[in-house]
Design a protein around this ligand. Structure first.
Ligand code: SF4
Length: 149
């Protein structure tokens, strides 16, 4: 499933794409169907088509990372070659080192119902902005006046 979203990445108009084959194991999983191998394979050509159909987006958000890091990194590089920023929502506590060079934003942490989602100060999840290899925790952006302000 794809959608244009304003809140997931602060100050960005993101084209969000659900990625199946989730290797997370969140107790309160809100999208159990994403643990299955379902949907259409994401390719460079499909990304080109989605970006063309959604004029004005400036960020491409992978909602999940699947089980094929090589393909994910290749597709992330392709997104950047289109002049867009690239973001990843991972349900894991940590991601492989190359991801920090490949993405401009990475969300880490499994969903825990007792902690709440990213927009709750009690959340265990973290959103990082990555610039020149330096990670900045920008999770608090979700806790004030609204995202993007
Ligand atoms: S990251 Fe967690 S909540 Fe999201 S699909 Fe995977 S197990 Fe479910």
């Amino acid at each position: 499933m794809t959608s244009v979203v304003l809140e997931e990445i602060p100050d960005r108009v993101s084209l969000a794409v659900d990625i199946s084959n989730c290797r997370g194991n969140c107790v309160g999983c809100h999208s159990p169907f994403l643990k299955q191998d379902i949907g259409e394979p994401l390719t460079e050509a499909l990304i080109d088509q989605l970006v063309e159909e959604n004029f004005g987006v400036n960020c491409f958000l992978f909602l999940g990372e699947g089980r094929d890091p090589g393909t994910l990194l290749r597709l992330a590089a392709h997104v950047r070659s289109l002049g867009l920023e690239v973001a990843l929502y991972s349900g894991r506590e940590a991601v492989d080192a190359p991801y920090w060079d490949a993405f401009d934003y990475i969300k880490l942490g499994p969903y825990r119902p007792e902690c709440g989602p990213l927009n709750q100060p009690t959340t265990n999840q973290r959103l990082y902005r990555v610039r020149s290899g330096v990670r900045e925790d920008i999770t608090a952006r979700f806790w004030h006046r609204g995202v993007g302000q």
